[in-house]
Design a protein around this ligand. Structure first.
Ligand code: PAF
Length: 289
């Protein structure tokens, strides 16, 4: 595969390159990441390569989406490894700006995704989603991608990015790709690098809880309260795990379901594992009735 992969750090240079591509009618696919790439990211890059003529991977650990006690400073940054992976995958440009390039000291404006940014992960991480939306909006304005690719693991994030594109009439179409899992079912995530091998086994209980709920629903159990108790007990009874939240949400609105599951829904989960560091993991699965 062609391994000419340019690294661009200047936003105005990135803008010029993307503008040139657009002028010459070459479609642009963007995979926005915070680096520490894994097979989930690679599946997004592969899809971008199939569907668009130029592929940009942005690698930017976005300070706006981290809370005060979160892992901004320790977030893994294996840039050389990411670069090799991008080269092998046929990425045209890695956009790798510095925080000060995207957020100069005069920076003030933020995107606010409203009600849904405060639910689920947003309850535990106040301000997180508005930080994500602000960064993604800047990336989209710089590159005006034809398509942008996000993983379903961050289900709430993808929903909010689609909402932003609709509300603000952004021309980019958002495509979401299925969760890529380890052999034991653990959803791939850059934060899995914080887990020791034993914890990586334990953490697969999130996936097993989703499977159990899917099974229970298939067997006719549709009361949300009972299914959520089952989820909580499966996770909280796994040594070392502590549930943050579990919710069934409507696929069209992302609002919590009522008493019964009578239409397909998504089960969203977050849980903590370990003490030092205490790592928060998320997962989700489709619940079909
Ligand atoms: O999912 C991520 O890696 C980040 O939230 C994103 C979309 C790159 C925005 O910083």
């Amino acid at each position: 595969m062609d391994d000419t992969c340019r690294i661009v750090s200047s936003p105005s240079k990135m803008h010029k390159i993307a503008q040139q591509w657009t002028l010459t009618e070459q479609s642009i696919g963007v995979v926005a990441t915070m680096g520490c790439l894994h097979k989930g990211h690679l599946s997004l890059i592969e899809e971008a390569r199939k569907r668009t003529q130029k592929t940009v991977v942005s690698i930017f650990v976005n300070p706006l989406q981290f809370g005060q006690n979160e892992d901004l400073d320790t977030y893994p940054k294996p840039f050389e490894r990411d670069l090799e992976l991008c080269k092998k995958a046929g990425v045209d440009v890695i956009f790798h700006p510095k925080a000060v390039d995207l957020y100069p000291s005069s920076f003030q404006t933020k995107v606010d995704g409203g009600l849904l940014t405060k639910k689920y992960c947003g309850r535990t991480r106040p301000g997180h989603f508005n930080g994500v939306l602000t960064a993604v909006h800047i990336l989209f304005e710089l590159m005006k991608p034809t398509l942008a690719f996000f993983g379903e693991k961050d289900f709430q994030q993808s929903f909010l990015i689609k909402q932003m594109c609709r509300d603000l009439r952004l021309p980019t179409e958002i495509l979401t790709m299925p969760i890529i899992r380890e052999a034991n079912g653990l959803a791939m995530s850059s934060r899995n690098t914080y887990l020791c091998p034993e914890q990586q086994e334990t953490a697969a209980c999130l996936f097993h809880a989703i499977l159990s709920v899917q099974n229970a629903v298939k067997n006719g159990y549709t009361k949300t309260s009972e299914l959520l108790s089952l989820t909580a007990s499966l996770i909280n009874h796994t040594p070392g795990m502590q549930l943050d939240y579990a919710h069934f949400v409507d696929l069209k609105t992302l609002l919590p379901l009522g008493d019964n599951i009578n239409t397909s829904a998504r089960l969203l989960l977050a849980a903590y594992i370990g003490d030092n560091p205490r790592v928060r993991l998320i997962d989700n699965g489709l619940i079909s009735v």
